[in-house]
Design a protein around this ligand. Structure first.
Ligand SMILES: [Zn+2]
Ligand SMILES: [Zn+2]
Length: 151
């Protein structure tokens, strides 16, 4: 149908690569672009310092990491422990992985060079979504920050 955005087919794979803001840590993996998820849980809000997190899983066997991230272990509501990895220098959140027996690494989409093509297909933890983060349609916008100085 005309005007419809075609979602990536399930089972498609894409090579992704990325780096933290200071460049000390680089990563690469293979992902399925139909599996990008927005997480609105309260932990993701705090850990990202923003309204929600965008993630895509990558099979651990495809994951390549260069550099040594700092690892923070978070215990979820279920009791499961997950390692949150971030750059010790610039603080960029990079990925999360189960402390034991992980099959997937959860990549933070914001660090990936291909992020513009990684459109979410699911939102989870809507229960804790910030009411204003459900849609930014209607919020004034400008190309850069022309309107920001006036605030
Ligand atoms: Zn860094
Ligand atoms: Zn979350």
């Amino acid at each position: 149908m005309q005007g419809l955005t075609v979602a990536p087919k399930e089972g498609t794979t894409m090579q992704v690569s990325g780096a933290c803001h200071c460049g000390a840590i680089r990563l690469a993996a293979t992902v399925d672009p139909s599996r990008v998820v927005v997480c609105h849980c309260a932990d993701c809000q705090v850990l990202t310092g923003t309204a929600y997190r965008v993630v895509v899983p990558a099979p651990v066997e495809t994951f390549q990491l260069h550099g040594e991230p700092k690892r923070y272990v978070r215990t979820g509501d279920s009791g499961a422990k997950r390692v949150q990895a971030f750059c010790p220098e610039c603080g960029t959140p990079l990925f999360a992985i189960a402390l034991e027996g992980a099959a997937h690494v959860s990549l933070r989409v914001g660090v990936l060079d291909q992020r513009a093509q990684l459109k979410p297909s699911l939102q989870i933890w809507m229960r804790s979504a910030l009411p204003w983060a459900r849609s930014l349609t209607g919020v004034a916008g400008c190309e850069q920050q022309e309107l920001f100085g006036a605030r």
